[in-house]
Design a protein around this ligand. Structure first.
Ligand code: NAD
Ligand code: TDX
Length: 343
């Protein structure tokens, strides 16, 4: 992917998408970046308000609207898609699975259809890049790692919908020769993450002196990657990934939830100038998440060997940067709390 491309990035007002959009707009001034986002509860224009470069445009729209996508692809000379738009929160998927089918499966197929229709006459130098999750592989026993060849075994409605979307992307490559590439990444953390996910929930609650809800015994393990490292991996996969291939992205950085939250508590005590141990007292064990996956761990050897990518941010350093960002951006959090953040 070189030259003066028009790239459609979906979900660019969300957590990861906002960082991807900013990175591509700044690093590739010869690309035209179109950011397509519906602005659901998780989309926030404040995440992208600083992006004003001439090679960037925001479009509010829904990937579930096939006619809208068809017109968009006909009117803009879109040559590549980086698809991040999704419903992303496991707990919400347990409450409302159909919404996840709608956005993650049907929305993705709509996008594939729009790209296929527009590119059908000439697939040269086109690319549909689907951004996915390690949760499609299911839950791991100790000592095992997810490889690109690991069988899919999704356990939550969220991961089932993401797995289905991954299968459709591969099916369009196999059936229609659509040029595609996929990546499956571990848990991200960093600035702009919606305060429903573990780390921002705990940061917010520590500030407000509220309980820190730990599901079950807190022994579930997640593999954490600073969001900027995910962005550099996406850049690598987009530009150097082999058509039809999948790349696992992760930082070999496993943490039990309870250990992570205790580490966060120590950082917050220092930052807020509170007595050591005061944040830890807020830890409260609550009813476990239904079907809670025990452990995720990515083996990212393929992307590091084939595309020469490696993460650059150590976990404690990334966690501290994240805390600093949330403390410096309390209005961002306040606007979400009051619902004034979409405009
Ligand atoms: P997010 O929930 O913060 O953002 C999702 C964005 O998609 C929002 O801006 C939302 O408005 C937009 N969106 C939702 N439905 C839409 C629709 N119908 N049409 C257009 N836009 C719509 O999510 P995130 O955490 O930034 O995740 C982005 C992608 O990365 C997702 O596909 C997710 O599955 C994947 N992923 C996330 C993580 C993680 O740890 N957060 C890890 C691996 C993969
Ligand atoms: O309040 C909480 N208490 C708690 O113990 C929350 C919100 C979570 N947890 C636990 C559940 C998980 O074991 O913490 C862990 C992390 O939970 P989330 O932040 O909800 O992330 P997870 O369910 O692991 O999924 C995330 O990573 C993979 C993203 O939400 C997905 O979009 C991504 O694909």
């Amino acid at each position: 992917m070189k030259g003066n491309k028009t790239i459609l990035i979906t979900g660019g007002a969300g957590f990861i998408g906002s960082h991807v959009v900013r990175y591509f707009v700044e690093k590739y001034p010869n690309y035209s970046i179109l950011n397509l986002d519906k602005l659901t509860y998780a989309g926030n224009k404040e995440n992208i308000q600083d992006i004003t470069a001439p090679n960037y445009r925001f479009i509010q729209g829904d990937i579930c609207d096939a006619d809208f996508l068809s017109t968009l692809f006909a009117e803009e000379t879109i040559e590549a898609v980086i698809h991040l738009a999704a419903e992303s929160h496991v707990d919400r998927s347990i409450e409302n699975p159909l919404e996840f089918v709608h956005t993650n499966v049907i929305g993705t197929v709509n996008l594939l259809n729009a790209a296929k229709k527009q590119w059908n006459h000439d697939m040269t130098d086109k690319l549909f890049y689907h951004v996915s999750t390690d949760e499609v592989y299911g839950s791991l026993a100790e000592g095992e790692f997810f490889l690109e060849t690991t069988s899919y075994d999704p356990q939550s409605p969220y991961s089932a919908s993401k797995a289905s979307s991954d299968h459709f992307v591969r099916a369009y490559h196999n059936t229609y020769k659509l040029p595609i590439v996929l990546s499956n990444c571990s848990n991200n953390y960093g600035p702009n993450q919606f305060p429903e996910k573990l780390i921002p929930v705990c940061i917010q609650n520590i500030v407000d002196n509220k309980a820190l809800p730990i599901y079950g015994q807190g022994v579930n393990v997640r593999d954490w990657l600073f969001v900027f490292d995910h962005v550099t991996a996406i850049d690598k996969v987009f530009h150097e990934g082999k058509i039809g291939e999948t790349y696992n992205i992760g930082g070999f950085n496993e943490w039990k939830n309870i250990d992570l939250v205790k580490t966060l508590c120590k950082i917050m005590d220092k930052k807020l100038d509170r007595e050591e141990g005061s944040s830890e007292k807020l830890i409260t064990y609550v009813t476990d998440r239904a079907g809670h996956d025990m452990r995720y761990a990515i083996d990212s050897t393929k992307i590091s060997q084939e595309l020469n990518w490696k993460p650059s941010v150590q976990f404690e350093e990334g966690l501290e940067k994240t805390v600093d960002w949330y403390l410096a951006n309390s209005t961002w959090l306040d606007n979400i709390k009051t619902g004034n953040y979409r405009k």
